[in-house]
Design a protein around this ligand. Structure first.
Ligand code: FNR
Length: 183
C-alpha cells in the first residue's frame, strides 16, 4: 500500500483548499491510501534543534511524515506566495540539519484561488523550496484551480465535470510519477 500524505496550506475551517483536497482524495486508485496531515506546529525556532527542546508536536509531525511515501500539497496563495503555515511545516520537517523527512519523497502541487490567478505565485514559490528539499515534483500537468468557489457545490463537492476530469488526470499522472520516483 502506498501512503500519500495531504498537506493543506490553510487552517481555515471552511477552506476551499481542504474541500478540494477532500475531492482529490477520492480519485486515487486501489493500492493507494491518502491521509490528511493536520498542521498544528508552533513557529520554527532553530533553538528547537537542541534535542532537549524539541516541541512534542514537531516530533509527532516528523514521525508521521516518515510513514508517508508521497506528498500532495493543496494550497491557496497568500500575498503571492506560500502561506506561512505550509512554509513552517516545510521548515520543521527539514530540521535538524541532515535529518530532513522530505528527502526523496515524490510530490505534487495543486494551488487554488477564488480569483482568476489560481495561486500561481504560491505554486511556484512552493516548488522552489521543494527543489532544495530534494522532493521530485510532478511537472505536468500543472494544477492551478481558479474561481474555486464556483466549482464547488454546497457540500464542497466539485460540481464542474471538466474540473473532475482534470483532477482525475492529475492524480493519474501523479500515481505514475510516484511509481517511477518512489525510492
Ligand atoms: C489572500 N488571498 C489571496 N488570493 C490570491 O489569489 N492571491 C493572493 O496573493 C492572496 N493573498 C491573500 C493573503 C491573505 C493573508 C489572505 C487571508 C487571503 C485570498 C485567498 O485566496 C482566499 O482567502 C482563499 O479562500 C484562501 O484559501 P482557503 O483558506 O479557502 O483554502
Amino acid at each position: 500500500m502506498t501512503k500519500v500524505g495531504i498537506l493543506v496550506g490553510s487552517l481555515r475551517k471552511e477552506s476551499f483548499s481542504k474541500k478540494l483536497a477532500a475531492n482529490v482524495e477520492t480519485l486515487f486508485p486501489e493500492g493507494y491510501v491518502t491521509e490528511f496531515i493536520e498542521i498544528d506546529l508552533s513557529l520554527y525556532n532553530q533553538d528547537y534543534d537542541d534535542e532537549n527542546r524539541v516541541p512534542a508536536e514537531y516530533t509527532a509531525f516528523r514521525n508521521k511524515m516518515k510513514e508517508i511515501d508521497a506528498v500532495l500539497f493543496v494550497t491557496p496563495e497568500y500575498n503571492r506566495s506560500v502561506p506561512a503555515v505550509l512554509k513552517n511545516a516545510l521548515d520543521v520537517g527539514s530540521r535538524p540539519y541532515g535529518a530532513s523527512i522530505w528527502n526523496g519523497k515524490p510530490a505534487a502541487i495543486i494551488s487554488q484561488s477564488p480569483s482568476r490567478l489560481s495561486g500561481l505565485g504560491a505554486n511556484h514559490h512552493l516548488r522552489q523550496s521543494l527543489v532544495f528539499l530534494n522532493l521530485p515534483v510532478l511537472q505536468q500537468p500543472e494544477a492551478y484551480i481558479g474561481f474555486v468557489a464556483d466549482l464547488l457545490d454546497e457540500n464542497g463537492k466539485v460540481k464542474d465535470e471538466g474540473t473532475v476530469k482534470f483532477l482525475q488526470s492529475f492524480v493519474n499522472a501523479f500515481v505514475d510519477f510516484i511509481k517511477k520516483n518512489h525510492a
